[in-house]
Design a protein around this ligand. Structure first.
Ligand code: SF4
Ligand code: SF4
Length: 311
């Protein structure tokens, strides 16, 4: 049986996470109830759990109860939630960005369609690392691009509005065409945001704006144990200088520099490209935990001056 490749696994995880994000409000895992203005978490309404009698209790015990509940139900969950991304960054670098983030997946799709239509990934200019001869059938890719530009932002708008208005209500309004101002504003707002970021901004947002990305970047950078892309420096002589690794990197990293780059999202596209050039399992890159290069530090240092790496 044919082994499932890294790219296929990545696409499966990206699609699965998008479905999860879209379905969270439908399954009542997380949403705001627009009628009661309560937070619904795993099917139950999340409250501070403060008994009414404590509001009239003026003793230190009453104050302690209110403060305790506020800390336990209001502050602590947020701290724990916000700690997810630093923790992920510390352990897995920017793996979330490359393997799960719905926006990252959307930007990759935009890169792909731009590449097929214009021969370069970025609308505003060619980069040295852009793949060569990548243009495709303009009619086919033009049609896919137009369809994607309409369907994806609208689907995103409908799904994400479900976080603030009951998904049943949103769908009913969409199907009957009788949209309230709030639902209309939600759908159009999200759709415009998705359209603009995927056409104009793309990975600049991942690199300089996204808080989740920045936290993973920072903690991944300082972590001595985080997952990162590594190069087998002992076998550098087998590199054919095909530039496949550089051209596969949509984050514009040069993997052969074998230096930690905060933009790297551990997607593994360079691993796939190098395996394609040198043969399955014989590529020079792999993902691994821990410091620096895959092999002795002296090799990493000497690489800086090597001909192959000075790209
Ligand atoms: S360097 Fe490799 S793993 Fe990192 S983002 Fe680029 S292609 Fe993906
Ligand atoms: S893909 Fe592999 S062989 Fe090709 S340039 Fe990169 S490191 Fe060298």
């Amino acid at each position: 049986m044919k082994k499932v490749g890294l790219t296929t696994w990545r696409r499966i995880s990206q699609v699965a996470f998008i479905l999860f994000v879209f379905l969270m409000p439908v399954l009542n895992i997380l949403r705001i109830d627009s009628d009661t203005h309560e937070l619904i978490l795993f099917g139950t309404s999340w409250s501070f759990g403060i008994q009414p009698e404590y509001f009239t209790d003026r003793t230190p015990l009453g104050a302690l109860h209110i403060a305790g509940q506020f800390f336990l139900k209001g502050i602590l969950p947020w701290v724990l939630f916000l700690a997810i991304f630093p923790l992920l960054g510390w352990l897995t670098g920017r793996l979330f960005c490359g393997w799960l983030c719905p926006e990252g997946a959307l930007f990759e799709l935009s890169d792909f369609l731009t590449l097929k239509l214009t021969g370069r990934r970025n609308l505003f200019g060619k980069r040295p690392s852009d793949p060569v001869n990548a243009k495709g059938n303009p009619l086919l890719y033009g049609a896919i691009a137009v369809l994607s530009a309409v369907v994806i932002p609208l689907a995103g708008g409908i799904a994400l509005t479900g976080y603030f208005v009951a998904p049943k209500t949103v769908w009913h309004q969409v199907m009957t065409g009788e949209l309230t101002f709030g639902v209309k504003a939600g759908i159009i707002g999200v759709a415009i945001y998705m359209l603009i970021t995927s056409i104009v901004v793309r990975h600049i947002l991942c690199r300089y704006v996204c808080a989740a990305g920045l936290m993973q970047m920072l903690f991944g950078w300082i972590s001595p144990v985080s997952l990162r892309i590594k190069m087998d420096t002992n076998r550098i002589s087998v590199c054919t200088d095909c530039k496949g690794c550089d051209q596969s990197c949509f984050m514009n990293v040069t993997p052969r520099k074998n230096k930690r780059d905060i933009s790297c999202v551990n997607c593994g596209a360079c691993i796939v490209a190098c395996n394609k050039e040198l043969g399955t399992g014989k590529g020079l890159f792999h993902l691994g935990f821990g410091k620096g290069c895959a092999l002795p530090e002296e090799n990493c240092r000497s690489l800086a001056s090597s001909k192959t790496i000075s790209v």
